[in-house]
Ligand binder design. Sequence first.
Ligand code: SAH
Ligand code: SF4
Length: 366
Amino acid sequence: MLGPIFKKIEDKIDLSIEEIEQLLSIQKKDALEKLYQTAYKIKTSHVGKTVWFRGLIEISNICGKDCYYCGIRKSNHETKRFLIPKDEIIKSALWAYNANYGSIVLQSGERSDHEFIEMVADIVKTIKEESNNKLGITLSLGEQDKGTYKKWFDAGAHRYLLRIETSNPKLYEKLHPKDHIFQKRLDCLKSLHDLGYQVGTGVMIGLPFQTMTDLANDILFFKEMNVDMIGMGPFIYHQNTPLIQYQKDHNLSNEELLTLGLKMIAVTRIVLKDINIASTTALQALDDKGREMGLLAGANVIMPNVTDPKYKENYLLYENKPCTDENASMCKDCLKRRIEAIGETTGYSTWGDSPHFFKSDRNKKK
Ligand code: SAH
Ligand code: SF4
């Protein structure tokens, strides 16, 4: 049954939702290999064999939201809260710049107060100035007003990551309190597009109640939203969250979860082709080689954590987060070795934008 689907892919014919679901349901080893190889071929012809590094700085775990899956949700009183002082954030960013990372990601819990908004604008401006405008800056700071997104864009940020978490509004409702609204996420993604950001979204994979049809729809959602980047990864339970109640009836082994994550990367690459796809740390939480497997299944971006280790242990979105005790240069050396070992190269001192952004109708010029 899979033969005709692979033939369609070769002939560059769009896949139907049922066909996407069939690919995501593959279990047999040889068919899985074929899927990953097909995605890898499409990756190399559309975005090459260079892996782009984004130095990830987790600037704060203070969060005003209460997502039912997340270890740093505001109702988790077991977490020690931190906000890295401005000068230390800038220092980490410049470390990444001097280590020839082309860009960084500033991520944190969600805050929309004036002080935070101004602080971020100031940090972005300073990093741009001190790196002679060379370091690319991606933000991942949750839902904000359009005015805030504009302020940060004007300060020099040019990419934004905001996961939709799931494209199924009913499932979204199950995963969030009532005042966390699906439509607001969609509006935020639209504002980010309108302002000229390169926009990234993504989902969690292997959530309780999530079906294969949901995941297939997620991929079609990415396409419909015309996004430039995807950051998605396996969902991993955290003890101090409401979703933990479902763990006992929802038995995906680490291996199954990893395979599902890799299949999502592969099929997303096959369907969207020229975008950037991150091989996320959550894959590594499931298997020491998880991120390399992600690259071989079609991902082309890695986000090494460059946050000072003294803060990392408190930024636990999920359990078993890897490398929380490593410093940034250990992370960098280990990654470079891992990437070369699978025959890819690391892209230094370049933003590594997704070719899709420049081809897409909204940005024809650039
Ligand atoms: N507050 C911002 C950025 C930090 S959270 C935001 O929510 O956008 C970044 C991502 O972590 C979220 O989008 C979510 O997809 C992921 N995440 C949270 N809890 C997780 C868990 N238990 N397992 C896997 N990913 C998780
Ligand atoms: Fe806060 Fe983001 Fe976690 Fe939701 S996912 S609780 S917004 S840090």
